[in-house]
Design a protein around this ligand. Structure first.
Ligand SMILES: Nc1ncnc2c1ncn2[C@@H]1O[C@H](COP(=O)(O)OP(=O)(O)OP(=O)(O)O)[C@@H](O)[C@H]1O
Length: 303
């Protein structure tokens, strides 16, 4: 019906689209005749006059139109029609069936690198994120540092000896590694491969040095989030409050943290972990992940 209406309005009215176009844009005034506008008898056409096309060109009765056009089907009124009936009528009118296949392909699993100065709350944010988000794997980093009270091997870190760590480096088992405050820390490749194959997103928790190395290796194939406290003062207080560092360690970490904040520009997103608002920071990280998942051009991480 719609098609028929369109055809009849084109046939009946003088609104030949070619004419309208030429009337509004007339590039041939004061110019030599354009071969495009020569008739078969080689007469020059007046550019302001409509080109006369046979009536059958726009006619719904043309045999060519019939061959290409779907059958004319009455479309019931949307206000009163049965939904299924209306759906079928629309399909029939357009000569096509509406596919139920997803319009958007599956997301690529996302690799999220979370970093930030020591004591900013990386572990705290990740612990919470683990509770609230599904289909996400938190890579367990291998480290040669000693276990802290309350930490669990294989959950918080894979605690290995220095020699074991050096063997992993030798066997090319680490995506990235670094010597941090005298201890080795590294990201095992195997875990990432296995979890991505299951369709899970991957979270890597690394220090600033590790994030810089990963950026060089991964470029834009992963999303980099910088976690920061609202102020230096808040950061130092948080670190003191943790009570896990010796006074020497504290001094090094605080001095390093001041420098580390300058690396923010190498990241894609910055999330402020405000004192007393851990949930707010976690929500922001989730928003970043959701936004990344809605990207038309997805990041493509290959390992
Ligand atoms: N938003 C927050 N408000 C108050 N305290 C917080 C907040 N986030 C984290 N903390 C606390 O700050 C301390 C440091 O946090 P956390 O250990 O997670 O830091 P980190 O960045 O993982 O440090 P590191 O890199 O040294 O391991 C912890 O005691 C943690 O409970």
């Amino acid at each position: 019906m719609l098609l028929r209406r369109l055809c009849s309005s084109l046939t009946k009215s003088n609104t030949n689209p070619l004419f309208l176009h030429r009337k509004s844009v007339n590039p041939f005034v004061n110019s030599s005749p354009n071969p495009q506008f020569l008739t078969s008898s080689s007469k020059t056409l007046n550019p302001l006059r409509p080109i006369s096309l046979p009536r059958s060109f726009f006619s719904c009765n043309s045999p060519m139109g019939d061959a290409r056009r779907p059958a004319v089907v009455p479309i019931p009124s949307p206000e009163t029609a049965d939904r299924a009936e209306l759906f079928r009528a629309l399909e029939a009118s357009l000569g096509t069936s509406f596919s139920s296949a997803p319009l958007v392909p599956e997301n690529n699993p996302l690799v999220i690198v979370i970093s930030g100065p020591s004591g900013v709350g990386k572990d705290a944010v990740i612990k919470k994120l683990r509770e609230v988000r599904e289909n996400i794997h938190f890579v367990v980093t291998a480290t040669s540092r000693a276990m802290r009270p309350g930490e669990i091997d294989g959950k918080d870190y894979f605690f290995v000896s220095k020699d074991e760590f050096l063997k992993m480096i030798q066997d090319n088992e680490l995506l990235e590694y670094a010597l941090v405050y005298g201890d080795y820390k590294g990201v095992p490749k195997k875990q990432i491969r296995e979890e991505m194959a299951k369709g899970n997103d991957i979270v890597l928790r690394v220090d600033i040095q590790g994030a810089a190395t990963l950026r060089k290796i991964l470029g834009g194939s992963a999303v980099f989030i910088f976690l920061v406290a609202e102020s230096e003062e808040a950061l130092v207080k948080r670190l003191i409050g943790r009570k896990t560092e010796t006074k020497e360690d504290l001094l090094v970490r605080v001095a390093t943290a001041k420098e580390e904040v300058k690396h923010m520009s190498n990241f894609d997103y910055v999330v402020v972990n405000k004192e007393g608002d851990l949930n707010g920071a976690v929500k922001l990280v989730e928003s970043v992940i959701d936004a990344e998942k809605a990207k038309v051009h997805q990041r493509n991480f290959v390992i």
